[in-house]
Design a protein around this ligand. Structure first.
Ligand code: MN
Length: 236
């Protein structure tokens, strides 16, 4: 069976005129049986359409904050740097993939962008919006699980992990606020922060707030997410 082509969005450094991506995303896709391909953020509509046509699945990576104007808000002081090039490209590409029902895995920023593109909103800063928030910016190594999440019973995520609770790593100061129409929140941190979303109207469109690409080879079971994503891309 042909290995599925998995597009991975890039981190765009506008000032340095450079696009790059972490080895961990590339290797997690490769180990799960996909062919990782880095997709540079471009403006031209016909190239974005060609990207959507080329890939069997899309991994939307972590990165900077999304411009809150995409969900109808003005920036609060705690908002981090935004990246108009990544925002515009990912917005368009995700829309095309959703229309075609091609698998999407959003990670951290990728989960947040997916939620916004599908019509949801974000907390621009958790400490500002959720007074009882836990620590979601860990100082321990990237692969180390620093807080728990509870998985929604019956969700895709709960089914593929086969557990009700998972320990995850955490590197975010934003999170999903209003879940996009047609999606459900499939994982919550103990402070109520949404840690995963999934579409009910697509074969495999799912986002997680944590970084599974830093954990997949560290603990039993953590590679299940990448395996399921690649499987869905292969069946498309
Ligand atoms: Mn977290």
């Amino acid at each position: 069976m042909k290995k599925p082509i998995i597009g991975i969005t890039c981190y765009v450094e506008i000032k340095d005129e450079r696009q790059r991506q972490n080895e961990t995303y590339i290797q997690a896709v490769r180990k799960a049986g996909g062919v990782p391909v880095l997709l540079p953020a471009v403006e031209s509509e016909d190239v974005i359409q060609a990207h959507a046509h080329l890939i069997d699945g899309l991994l939307v990576s972590g990165g900077p904050d999304m411009d809150p104007q995409y969900f109808g808000e003005q920036p609060v002081p705690e908002l981090g740097p935004v990246n108009p090039v990544m925002d515009a490209y990912e917005d368009r590409l995700i829309r095309l993939l959703l229309e075609r029902d091609k698998p999407i895995l959003g990670i951290c920023r990728g989960e947040q962008v997916l939620n916004v593109v599908a019509g949801g909103t974000l907390f621009q800063d958790l400490r500002r919006s959720v007074p009882t928030v836990l620590k979601h910016g860990q100082d321990v190594p990237r692969w180390f699980p620093s807080h728990k999440v509870r998985l929604l019973p019956g969700s895709k995520l709960a089914t593929l992990f086969g557990v009700e609770e998972l320990a995850v790593n955490s590197f975010h100061h934003q999170a999903v606020a209003q879940v996009a129409p047609g999606f459900v929140a499939s994982a919550y941190a103990p402070d109520g922060v949404i840690e995963a979303i999934e579409s009910q109207n697509h074969r495999f469109v799912l986002g997680v707030q944590w970084h599974p690409e830093c954990m997949w080879n560290q603990a039993k079971n953590y590679d299940q997410l990448f395996n399921a994503f690649i499987r869905a891309a292969q069946e498309g």
